[in-house]
Design a binder for this molecule. Structure first.
Ligand code: GLN
Length: 496
């Protein structure tokens, strides 16, 4: 008998449809696993009663004409998706005990497809971070450990609870959001698959906003096939989000196995990593070789403005965040600080915001307010918008020549908790160097595990495609995954 928590969506779906297993059985196996895995700090809100209820409803329709694509599949949801009557805080103190009265479009669509909700997953506060360390709940922990030390490692961020949970088999798949890399970098750090769709593919309605012109929801899964299955259920036009696009949602799974012979893959000259022998580089080169062996043609391309992507992102994303986070004033949502008798409304705002936001969020609000202020607006915000356009044009030109671009996902494997960004935040921001360009240009990109480094930690590679070409992206990723045959799993050291 297979171990239930290790199933992929596609395998579980087969067993469920044939009634060889029940969703209740499957859901219980995850509940048990979650209870044993508190050390990972991945689930911050458990909804087991709801899960068992949904599972038993799923069991009633399994095998019937009412069965939907995710019938009985237990998922974890990043704490940034508003879920009706379920505490949702984006891992921030300022949203203490916030209970949304509505359901995000993406999660609504998962439940309409009969998925099962196990609970809310840890993340960086308001999705700002690359290590899950800015969470009010404390960091989620990576199930992987280096072979040479016992250090606890970051599962990446901001969707660190999602990547940790999927990697440790605490749920079959999870939702994440990606503003600058928050789905792909955590996936790379945990040996999982993370997909950021084209901007506008998934509705942002009901997702707590960080930087609205970048934010996209997407899945973290165990396989590329599962990523295709999840994406289909998560995407689609939504009239409640004016930036969601009226484009057709293809059956991504149907074309996964097509040959990629003749596909053109670009390697950007600018990403040439200078340290010879570095495992990020060798893994990237290995993936390129695999693509060649599959019949793809690997060509050199140039993305001349890519070196400006990181500074551009760290002007624009904080600018949007400072505006989006202005709504947390102690009046409408979540936490309100207690005032002294002589204090007034301004004190209320000030106290609530200074006590409610963590340091990284405060830093972003300060930077964002600064770059938007009169006198600096043209020098920073406007200039960054222009560079964003140049970066987008670089990609447009590249996609006249190639079908997809292959890069490393992150500069290194997972690093120890507490080891980065404490003195200099830029050290942490550098994690996003390969992922932010796709967000600036609104492009779909996927990270898949490609090997282990010398300390036996997983490394990911990223494929980026042109807008709306998720079908092609998943097809290439599926072929590459099959060829790379990455089958490693962390051992269960964390279970109690
Ligand atoms: N690490 C990046 C940041 O801190 C990206 C976060 C994200 O994609 N949500 O802004």
């Amino acid at each position: 008998m297979v171990s239930l928590p290790q199933l992929t969506i596609s395998k579980a779906r087969k067993l469920l449809s044939k009634k060889e297993i029940s969703s209740t059985e499957l859901t219980k196996s995850f509940i048990e696993k979650i209870e044993k895995s508190t050390l990972l700090n991945a689930f911050i809100e458990k909804t087991f009663d709801l899960a068992l209820n949904q599972a038993s409803k799923a069991d009633e329709v399994l095998g019937s004409s009412e069965q939907k694509p995710l019938c009985g599949i237990p998922l974890g949801i990043k704490d940034i998706f508003c879920c009706k009557n379920i505490k949702t805080q984006a891992a921030s103190r300022i949203l203490d005990n916030f209970i949304p009265q509505y359901e995000s479009t993406v999660t609504e669509s998962l439940w309409n497809n009969q998925a099962v909700m196990l609970g809310k997953l840890n993340m960086d506060e308001f999705a700002m971070g690359s290590s899950n360390e800015t969470s009010v709940y404390g960091p989620a922990v990576n199930p992987w450990k280096r072979s040479d030390t016992d250090d606890l490692l970051t599962p990446g961020g901001s969707s660190g609870g999602s990547s940790s949970a999927v990697s440790a088999d605490l749920c079959i798949a999870a939702t994440g959001t990606d503003t600058g890399g928050s789905i792909r970098q955590p996936a790379a750090f945990t040996g999982t698959v993370g997909l950021k769709p084209t901007y506008g593919r998934c509705s942002r309605w009901g997702i707590i906003a960080f930087a609205s012109s970048f934010d996209q929801a997407g899945p973290i899964t165990k396989t590329v096939r599962d990523s295709a299955i999840m994406l289909e259920s998560m995407s689609g036009f939504d009239k409640k989000d004016s930036t969601s696009a009226r484009v057709e949602v293809p059956n991504y799974e149907a074309s996964l196995e097509e040959s990629i012979k003749g596909t053109k893959i670009g390697l950007a000259r600018e990403y040439e990593l200078n340290k010879e022998g570095n495992s990020t580089k060798t893994t990237w080169e290995k993936a390129a070789k695999h693509l060649e062996n599959l019949g793809a043609e690997v060509v050199e391309i140039s993305l001349p403005h890519t070196e400006y992507a990181l500074p551009t992102y760290y002007v624009l994303a904080p600018a949007e965040a400072s505006s989006n986070l202005a709504r947390y004033d102690g009046i409408r949502y979540g936490r309100r600080s207690i005032l002294e008798p002589n204090e007034g409304i301004l004190d209320l705002y000030e106290k609530t915001r200074s006590q409610g936001f963590g340091n990284e969020v405060k830093r972003r609000i300060l930077i964002g307010t600064y770059v938007l202020s009169s006198g600096y607006y043209d020098a920073y915000y406007n200039k960054a918008q222009k560079i964003r356009n140049l970066i987008k044009t670089d990609f447009d030109l590249a996609f006249q020549k190639v079908d997809a671009i292959l890069t490393p996902t992150a500069p290194s494997s997972a690093f120890p908790l507490g080891s980065k960004g404490t003195e200099d935040p830029v050290e942490m921001y550098l994690n996003d160097i390969f992922t932010v360009p796709a967000n600036l240009a609104g492009l779909p990109a996927i990270s898949l595990p490609a090997g282990l480094d010398d300390t036996r930690l997983p490394l990911g590679v990223q494929l980026i495609a042109n807008r709306w070409e998720e079908r092609k992206l998943l097809n290439i990723a599926f072929n590459l995954e099959k060829s790379l045959q990455f089958n490693e799993k962390p051992n269960s050291w964390w279970e109690n």
